[in-house]
Design a protein around this ligand. Structure first.
Ligand SMILES: Nc1ncnc2c1ncn2[C@@H]1O[C@H](COP(=O)(O)OP(=O)(O)OP(=O)(O)O)[C@@H](O)[C@H]1O
Ligand SMILES: [Mg+2]
Length: 212
């Protein structure tokens, strides 16, 4: 059991005078899959960035608790795996070098064995020494998953996890999401029906646009 909880309390976000969402409150605990849905521009990416601590709400609070203790914002990256279209890979580095570099930035151990396992799992082991600039967009997406999982986080936040993936790629991601959700929390921001079908709860952003 993971002993992790993520709580959003009365989150409001505006950009200038544009309201993105308001009075958003929810809690996810221990394990399972939660979805965040909404049309293009509804605020899915904004919300997951706030949950991951890389953006701030206009008001309200996000609380992460691991093993009974609140995790401070500067340590969050050690506990979270985040796959996002906004994550930029270094094109002039190999896949292996990218992973090494991000482990260093995060200040987590570069676990050779785990990374080799993940490279195999995501069918990139044979390409590990190739420059990322030679990767297809689906291969880049799979490399982002390796980053997100390499430090065995208890909370995995996925923004459009299956974009750029073919059917086979999607299915392999779904298998991994289901596997991870047995021991940790997975949050999926998406509009894909097949992504949202995995979720046991769904936060629909359209419901947080007006006063209730
Ligand atoms: N830094 C910013 N400054 C101003 N407005 C922003 C900023 N970031 C996002 N927005 C606005 O916030 C709204 C929500 O954007 P967001 O990217 O969160 O939507 P989304 O649901 O992820 O959309 P998509 O499905 O297209 O990925 C949009 O109107 C967008 O223009
Ligand atoms: Mg988005």
């Amino acid at each position: 059991m993971s002993n992790y909880s993520l709580q959003a309390i009365n989150l409001n976000k505006t950009f200038g005078r544009r309201l993105i969402f308001k009075d958003l409150t929810f809690k996810v605990e221990d394990y399972g899959i939660a979805g965040i849905s909404g049309a293009n521009g509804s605020g899915k990416s904004t919300l997951v960035k706030i949950l991951a601590g890389v953006d701030s709400p206009t008001s309200g609070k996000v609380i992460h608790i691991g093993n009974g203790k609140e995790i401070l914002p500067d340590k969050l990256h050690n506990h979270i795996g985040f796959v996002s279209p906004y994550l930029v890979l270094y094109e002039e580095f190999s896949a292996w070098e990218n992973l090494n570099h991000f482990a260093r930035i995060r200040d987590v151990k570069f676990d050779n064995e785990k990374i080799t396992y993940l490279l195999n799992q995501f069918l990139l082991f044979d390409r590990r020494n190739d420059f990322v600039k030679t990767f297809s967009s689906g291969m880049k997406q799979r490399l982002k998953f390796i980053f997100a999982l390499m430090h065995s986080p208890k909370l995995i936040i996925l923004d459009e996890p299956t974009s750029n993936l073919d059917t086979e790629g999607k299915d392999s991601i779904y298998k991994i999401i289901e596997e991870e959700s047995k021991s940790g929390i997975v949050i999926i921001a998406s509009n894909e029906k097949s992504d949202l079908a995995l979720c046991s709860v769904e936060i629909k952003l359209e419901e947080y646009k007006n006063h209730k």
